[in-house]
Design a protein around this ligand. Sequence first.
Ligand SMILES: [Zn+2]
Ligand SMILES: [Zn+2]
Length: 443
Amino acid sequence: MTLRAAVRAVLAVVIVPAAVLAGERARSTGPAGGAATSARREKVARAALALRDRLVAQRRDFHMHPELSNREERTAGVVAERLRALGLTDVRTGVARHGVTALLVGGKPGPVVAVRADMDALPIQETIDVPYKSQVAGVKHACGHDVHTTVELGVAEVLAGMKAEIPGTVKFIFQPAEEGSPAGEEGGAPLMIKEGAMENPRPAAIFGLHTNPNVDVGQIAYMSGPAMASSDHLYITIRGKSAHGAQPHAGVDAVVVAAECITALQNIRSRRIDPLEPLVITIGTIHGGVRNNVIAAEVKMEGTMRTLSEDVRQRAKALVRETLQSITAAYGATFELNMDENAVVTFNEPSLVLETLPTIRGVVGDANVVAIKPLMPAEDFAYFQKVVPGFYYFLGVGNRAKGITAGWHTPEFDVDEDSLVVGVKVMSNVLLEYLERHAAAGK
Ligand SMILES: [Zn+2]
Ligand SMILES: [Zn+2]
């Protein structure tokens, strides 16, 4: 989840009524079970459990050596070395600076499926006193990407041990700079895609997971359809004309015009867009003027805009421009507007969610799979989902009894490490059963 996305999201875990889940199960594709499936799930569970201590050690190693976006050199080195040791092929490094991709070609014919983990940390000073405390001042894995990387390496190990029986190919993607590249640098999912990570071979679908401290360890949370918001960074400059503070009619007061603009931008949310469509427009900074008794010639503002629909996003972007245009014109001021796209909507393809849920339920149990509301933070996994259908779900890492409740991007963020085995089990089975289903269907 991106740094810029951490605007104090209020997260509500909504347990969907049993009747809804039952209906969803009825519509899903065929039975989840079968003797062969059960046996394979047990085999995966044993393999994942056997990795437990090493998963914990690996996650702690990453946690103690966090690296900022586009600087994940050590992490990528550990990842590439591990993938090579496991016998994966076509291990490519340096994709989008420090990204790594690799293939596990199964022993049976079948399609290609991808799994993605992000590797970067955040410029946050860790405050919790744990044996695996960050050893880098001011840098911390506060979003759980250490968990994501560890889980995906665990999945690679489990699946490498079952290579002969895998019908198809798993493409492993380890991505840098999910939290946002440093100013002036490209990075993250868009750059990986630009540099060919989704080609040769192109996967038919992609899966990913994210830690969620609001979901208990042992549980998986998901959304079907829009899952996380788009994010656009707004840069606004209002230009007026300076004058004596006691003679405002001789100038154009950029502060007053900016105030009108801010109010009017909020009215886009309340009066111009369908109330049933989520939209947030936040002006987060405002700077202008030089003195108490001088009419301000210029005001600069920055903000963020979040939606769960591309249509709403495009409409809102047009309305922001139109609003600034009209209000500044009414007062004889001018404006400049730049909108930088940080992320598009994370969209979980409903049919892929539906066909995958029986696997997840089969692994963690029906009661441990919870549907939650979409989140307004953004996630650049969304760009992979623009290339092929994808499903991004949440791995429960919270544990109230152990006091593990701190939110993403906080100095206290931590995870219950029991989540590592759960993550490996679930993702391994999700990938295996995707390949089984689609190899059988011939697509
Ligand atoms: Zn994040
Ligand atoms: Zn994240």
